[in-house]
Design a protein around this ligand. Structure first.
Ligand code: C2E
Ligand code: CA
Ligand code: CA
Ligand code: CA
Length: 281
């Protein structure tokens, strides 16, 4: 600010002011969107590579905005994280995801599993009740924890946060599984894989998209799969769009994959039809 003549107010150029205003109105809109339930979950099948069967799905949130139509999470999740609104939205996402899962698990005689994206803030928050709300909720609707996978990011696992580790242990004790999302894009210390009980690594789509041509990405993906299997983890590749990518991943021994090749994330009614089809090859 000093450079601009010493006035702090020079920070706020009209463009920045405009952005600040827009952000404030977005926050306001988000608050009321949570209140009036303007969100929907879409589900993307996670396919077992060898059989082509749909064993799982990832729940992905969308905002059904009254004027702007369906908005993707990149347009609003960051703001909900900065403002803490993700706590409330995250509760809705969890409950909505497990509600559908209860229904689909019964359809598939117990085989189905849902993956839910969890923001770090949701796990960092102190439980304001004894016990845990998510576990209590699963109990209440009669869904086994084994039907739920929490997708968390590497960053969350890196810090020595005893409270988070403790929470994750409690979830695991209830049968809930853990997936490391966007694996390989964040901090790359692997020590946490040993310390924490993880079930799945998700290879980020940035490694998958160039598998047909990029020898480094092929080497990295293969190495992730080999390493994961050595320490007893299953691998899910995301962003699989082509037959070439799928064939490479099958040959490399990848366990599951998801991507536009099989299906985009779709509304629950549409997902149900995929589920009835059973195989999506
Ligand atoms: P993510 O967890 O890495 O989710 C995968 C993203 O890749 C999704 O985008 C999905 O639609 C997209 N995708 C799937 N297959 C393909 C493909 O073959 N090609 C391409 N190009 N993209 C594919 P989406 O739904 O826009 O979500 C973006 C991010 O927003 C997610 O990344 C996740 O970090 C976050 N997010 C989504 N839903 C939730 C949620 O319920 N809670 C939280 N906390 N975050 C969420
Ligand atoms: Ca994810
Ligand atoms: Ca991911
Ligand atoms: Ca990703």
């Amino acid at each position: 600010a000093k450079k601009n003549g010493g006035s702090c107010f020079n920070y706020f150029t009209p463009a920045l002011q405009e952005a600040a205003l827009q952000r404030r109105s977005l926050i306001k809109e988000l608050r009321s969107a949570i209140q009036t339930n303007q969100f929907v979950l879409h589900f993307q099948p996670i396919v077992e590579m060898v059989s082509g069967r749909i064993h799982k799905a990832e729940a992905l949130v969308r905002w059904n905005h009254p004027e702007r139509g369906i908005l993707g999470p990149v347009e609003f999740i960051p703001v909900t994280e900065e403002t803490g609104l993700i706590i409330e939205l995250g509760e809705w996402i969890f409950k909505e995801a497990v509600r559908w899962t209860k229904c689909w698990t019964e359809r598939r005689s117990g085989e189905f599993q849902v993956s839910i994206n969890i923001s770090p803030l949701q796990l960092k928050k102190e439980d304001h009740q004894k016990g845990n709300e998510w576990l209590a909720h699963l109990d209440e609707i009669g869904l086994s924890g084994t039907r739920v996978v929490l997708e968390i990011t590497e960053g969350l696992l890196m810090g020595e946060n005893a409270k988070i580790a403790d929470k994750l242990r409690r979830y695991r004790a209830a049968g809930i599984q853990m997936a490391v999302d966007d694996f390989g894009t964040g901090y790359s210390s692997l020590s946490y894989l040993k310390k924490l009980d993880i079930d799945y690594l998700k290879i980020d789509k940035s490694f998958v998209s160039n598998l047909a041509t990029d020898t480094n990405d092929r080497a990295i993906s293969t190495a992730i799969i080999v390493m994961a299997h050595k320490v007893g983890l299953k691998v899910i590749a995301e962003g699989v769009e082509t037959v070439e990518q799928r064939d490479f991943l099958i040959a490399a021994g990848c366990d599951y994959c998801q991507g536009y090749l099989y299906s985009r994330p779709v509304p629950p009614e549409q997902f149900e039809r995929l589920l009835d089809q059973d195989v999506v090859n």
